[in-house]
Design a protein around this ligand. Structure first.
Ligand SMILES: [Zn+2]
Length: 464
């Protein structure tokens, strides 16, 4: 260094001096000095580049090869697989630069271990074109997974005839290089498939449903459903309220199509016959009804054990049902001033067959029952109460509403005539109007509704 300082001092003297000879000598001194500096501090080094990204400097390319070989041997030992190549592209790029920090061998080894994945020949189980990828050691292992899934799905088919077993998702086995660290045994892959993912489903509460029925219909326990809906109070379900049914769904769903033959009852019909020797509101069974029996063969589609489709393929009637015949009184009218809610029952507003029941039908929800009638037939108050409507009311046509108190009302629609007016106090069984075909009606009949606290109920449950 003393030497260098001396040269530098000389150089300074040259600059201070005068004349071209001195300048020339000064130039040579600078050149020598730069050359000296270069050989001293500027060397060839290598950048470790992984997937195009500079990760650090090393002094020799062979150091990288050594680190790669060590990492590869380690991967080979840990996985027991024959490593074919690295998943990442790794290169040593020569660079010329001034002094820079070089990675130690230890640092280089851990850099490679942490950033380079190794490939081994195996097979990929691709679900939905790679949406989910499961690496296995071989095609045979992957096939084992699929076979086991199908085997499990059909294990408890009982006496059903299994027609086909398919996967709901698009499932394919692709042999090729896979990341050695991701290869799992068929057992582990099956566990992973079963552990699945959360599928969000919701349910809108319909009339008549309870927390219990919703849980039951969705294969959940009440406490499971409560856990999924911590903010919902089971006793305070509202119609139309959304309930979460989020549940785990396996990564691969198995759809089993099978044929099942079961014996089922054929419900019997009930026919009402008017009888004027019986009091109105009284009934008498003439012929006891009996359900029939049939053998039905269904094609049932199940996904993960739950039925997703059920189609009847064939029906064989074993025994026909017997229609129940009931005599229905039409004679004299029992007048009663009891409120409907105190007796809990309503009288029939007129005798006749129910030609359309309460509930869902093809044209939508039917909010009452239709009772067969001829135009002009007498219509009676189902219970004592006050007439609150006796006028044309949209699709109901000529319409009467009787308020029985305590939240209960009855409605009589499509009438041809009124025998009462708004404000009248009427008794149970008192004639209030006449049946007809007014409003949206396809023929003479009595449309009868029971309204409790503002919502319609099935009148059959309130009629005597
Ligand atoms: Zn109707």
């Amino acid at each position: 260094m003393n030497n260098l300082t001396a040269k530098f001092m000389n150089l300074v003297k040259f600059f201070e001096g005068k004349g071209s000879k001195q300048y020339f000598l000064g130039g040579i001194a600078i050149a020598v000095l730069i050359l000296f500096a270069c050989t001293f501090s500027m060397t060839t080094s290598y950048s470790v580049v992984i997937d195009g990204k500079n990760m650090g400097q090393i002094s020799s390319a062979s150091a990288l090869n050594q680190a790669l070989n060590a990492s590869k041997a380690k991967a080979q030992q840990e996985t027991g697989m024959t490593i074919t190549a690295s998943y990442n592209t790794v290169e040593a790029k020569a660079t010329h630069g001034f002094f820079s920090d070089k990675l130690s061998n230890e640092e280089l080894n851990s850099l490679i271990d942490e950033n380079v994945e190794w490939l081994a020949p195996g097979a990929m189980l691709n679900v939905n074109n790679g949406e989910i990828q499961l690496a296995l050691a071989s095609e045979a292992d992957a096939q084992k997974v699929l076979d086991k899934l199908k085997e499990n799905a059909t294990a408890n088919a009982g006496n059903a005839v299994v027609k086909s077993v398919d996967f709901l998702q698009d499932v394919a086995i692709e042999p090729g290089n896979v990341k050695a660290s991701e290869i799992a045994s068929p057992e582990k892959v099956l566990e992973k498939i079963a552990a699945g993912k959360e599928a969000v489903q919701t349910h809108k509460v319909a009339e008549g449903e309870s927390f219990w029925t919703i849980a039951h219909n969705n294969d959940l326990s009440v406490s499971e459903l409560q856990n999924l809906n911590p903010n919902i109070v089971p006793e305070k379900l509202q119609i139309g309220q959304e309930i979460s049914l989020t549940k785990l769904e396996p990564l691969v769903s198995v759809v089993v199509t099978k044929e099942v033959t079961v014996e089922e009852a054929i419900a019997h019909a009930t026919e009402y016959k008017e009888n004027n020797s019986l009091l109105k509101g009284e009934t008498k069974v003439i012929t006891k009804g009996a359900d029939g029996k049939k053998q039905v063969t269904y094609e049932v589609k199940e996904a993960n054990g739950a039925t997703i489709e059920k189609v009847a393929l064939n029906e064989v009637v074993i025994s026909q049902p017997v229609t129940e015949v009931v005599s229905k009184g039409t004679a004299s009218i029992k007048i009663s001033s009891r409120a409907a809610n105190s007796s809990g029952v309503l009288s029939w507003p007129k005798s006749g067959k129910i030609t359309s029941p309460y509930g869902t039908r093809s044209r939508g929800f039917h909010s009452g029952i239709d009772i067969s009638a001829k135009t002009g037939d007498a219509v009676y108050a189902a219970a004592g109460g006050k007439v609150v409507l006796a006028s044309w009311y949209y699709a109901y046509g000529n319409c009467i509403v009787v308020d029985h108190g305590n939240g209960m009302k009855t409605r009589y629609a499509h009438l041809s005539a009124y025998n009462c007016k708004v404000g009248d106090q009427v008794a149970r069984g008192q004639q209030i109007g006449r049946a007809g075909n007014t409003g949206r009606s396809t023929g003479p009949h009595l449309h009868f509704e029971v309204i409790v606290n503002g919502s319609t109920k099935n009148p059959v449950n309130y009629l005597k």
